[in-house]
Design a protein around this ligand. Structure first.
Ligand code: ATP
Ligand code: MG
Ligand code: MG
Length: 550
């Protein structure tokens, strides 16, 4: 048998070999609907759904919705959309922790009956003080020995809404001297007089994450409950709760390393701050490391899956280079994206010996290595646009593109030679004057003479105006927030909007989200929301070469 590629696979294969859990593998992805999903969640999605797929099991999507104040149906919808877009499906297993509120309440009552939970009425600051510190044991709450009947009565009245927030909490009775702070009589329920996005005003007490999570796993017959490393010292509590109660299944928790990427943040709280303070256009701003942002930027879902596969899982935290993610995107797009020509900063070229009333069309392949992707026609006439950067009036030594007296190739069209420039009143170059060699149709000279530069171009008569947005890293700091407030480290040049671009006419037929390689410029996609045939808008997904590693 093949060696499993990570420790979680090794655990699952071992469980299957011993026919544990009746030979089933059931995982879950449990987001809290308090923000949009980011690249870190993509790792967890690929992991959980990927394991279920590879071992013939299933993966549930469960909304971990136990914090009503921060949750919103908008987030619920975006999460569903993002998981589907990534290529995964939960089938009939869409669940909410809130679906179990009644049963969770029953489990809490059961713990009280067993004398393993009590209603504590210490004010919150006092409760914190009684908890002790890492170096000092905690102190038992004066309410710890409340009689069971009194606890049952108070808990029922908490549920009935008789008390204000903070008046009481239900706590597990474990060990106030435990070296693990999570075991020092943790809170299981608190009073919150808040509407819930799923249960409305049915409840005014809500279970804590640690209580709800393991029990929800058990109710869904989850076999492997996979979470990030910061939950490792919650595992004793996870186990303790399940061990006290008569649950329908006994899931196990396993932890893996969180994904961190340089030059960005992977915390919903921080991403929300960027949105709330309008430092980005929204959760799906193409600079955001959210799944919807990356989607809008043009990242293909297959590239994200490939990336998550390549970074692997382990039990030690580390930071992954943004260039690894972008290389996965480039690799995917190099094969899948049709080529096209777009001029971002246009400079007019007038081909003097080309008849004014003439036009012709060149057949250009959509992909140099894949004839199955077909071709397109690019219209050519006396005036064309080239990139401003592709011309220098007084060229520097290593400049091999267009300059006075120089000959260059226009991709797929003709060789042209610069014969002069036309300047405006303030000395600005308005147009480059050229002549073309009619013998070089298609781009090669019959006499075999070599030209060094090949330029992309768009016909002035046939091209269309477009807006192109160039995106760069959102943060200047490699680890935002490390040496300063992350909000002060935003890259002021992370978005450059060019409104005077010209693109091949064929690009006006692009559908939103279609992806292309604009020759010599990078990969671009038609904006998901703003691109129309009348007003084309393209987003730069990534440049052709790695610009991160220096
Ligand atoms: P954040 O800190 O961004 O709010 P979270 O862990 O609170 O993230 P949840 O909605 O609770 O967000 O996460 C759902 C699942 O995704 C959890 O199982 C969590 O462990 C996992 N997850 C979240 N962030 C990452 C990350 N950076 N890398 C890997 N998995 C992650
Ligand atoms: Mg969480
Ligand atoms: Mg969180």
């Amino acid at each position: 048998m093949e060696t499993p590629s990570n420790f979680l696979r090794a655990i699952i294969e071992e469980d299957l070999a011993h026919n544990r859990n009746e030979g089933r593998v059931v995982t879950r992805f449990p987001p809290e609907p308090n923000g949009f999903l980011h690249i870190g969640h993509a790792k967890s999605i690929c992991l959980n759904f990927g394991l279920a797929r590879d071992y013939g099991g299933r993966c549930h999507l469960r909304f971990d919705d136990t914090n009503p104040g921060k949750e919103d149906p908008v987030y619920v919808e975006s999460i569903k959309e993002d998981v589907h877009w990534l290529g995964f499906d939960w089938g009939s297993h869409l669940h909410h922790a809130s679906d179990y509120f009644e049963r969770l309440y029953g489990f809490a009552v059961e713990l009280i009956r067993q004398g393993k939970a009590y209603v504590c009425s210490l004010p919150p600051e006092e409760m914190r003080r009684y908890r002790g510190t890492l170096t000092e044991p905690g102190v038992n709450s004066p309410y710890r020995d409340r009689p069971v009947e009194e606890n049952l009565d108070l808990f029922a009245r908490m549920r009935a809404g008789e008390f204000p927030e903070g008046a009481h909490v239900l706590r597990a009775k474990i060990d106030m001297a435990s070296p693990n702070m999570n075991m020092r009589d943790p809170a299981l329920y608190r009073i919150l007089h808040q509407e819930h996005q799923n249960t409305g005003s049915n409840w005014c007490i809500y279970p804590m994450y640690d209580f709800a999570h393991g029990l929800s796993d058990a109710l869904e017959h989850i076999t492997h409950s996979i979470c990030t490393l910061e939950f490792a010292d919650h595992r004793p509590l996870y186990d303790w709760i399940l061990d006290q109660l008569d649950v329908p299944a006994r899931p196990r928790q396993y932890e893996f390393n969180r994904l961190n990427i340089n030059y960005t943040v992977t915390s919903k709280r921080k991403l929300k701050q960027l949105v709330d303070e309008r430092l980005v256009s929204g959760w799906d701003d193409p600079r955001m490391p959210t799944i919807s942002g990356m989607r809008r930027r043009g990242f293909p879902p297959a590239a994200l899956r490939d990336f998550c596969e390549r970074i692997g899982v382990s039990r030690s935290d580390s930071c992954v280079d943004m260039s690894l993610l972008e290389n996965c995107v480039r690799e995917e797009l190099d094969a899948a994206a049709p080529r096209a020509m777009a001029v971002l900063r246009p400079l007019r070229v007038v081909i003097e010996n080309y008849p004014e009333d003439r036009e012709e069309f060149f057949d250009l392949p959509n992909h140099p290595k894949n004839p199955d992707m077909g071709g397109r026609k690019a219209g050519f006439s006396r005036e064309i646009f080239i990139e401003r950067d592709d011309f220098m009036e007084s060229p520097c030594p290593k400049f091999f593109r267009l300059a006075p007296g120089r000959e260059v190739r226009l991709r797929g069209a003709y060789l042209i030679t610069c014969t002069g420039v036309r300047k405006g009143p303030d000395g600005e170059i308005e147009a480059v004057i050229c002549s073309y060699d009619p013998q070089t149709r298609g781009g090669d000279a019959p006499d075999g003479r070599k030209v060094k530069g090949t330029l992309h171009w768009v016909g002035a008569r046939h091209g269309r105006r477009a807006e192109i947005r160039l995106y760069d890293r959102l943060f200047m700091a490699e680890t935002p927030g490390k040496d300063a407030d992350f909000l002060t480290q935003i890259n002021p040049h992370s978005l450059v909007t060019l409104t005077d671009c010209v693109v091949e006419e064929s690009l006006t037929r692009a559908a939103p989200e279609d992806r292309f390689q604009f020759e010599r410029q990078g990969y671009f996609c038609a904006d998901r929301f703003e691109h129309t045939p009348e007003k084309p808008v393209f987003n730069r997904t990534v440049g052709l070469r790695d610009s991160w590693s220096k």
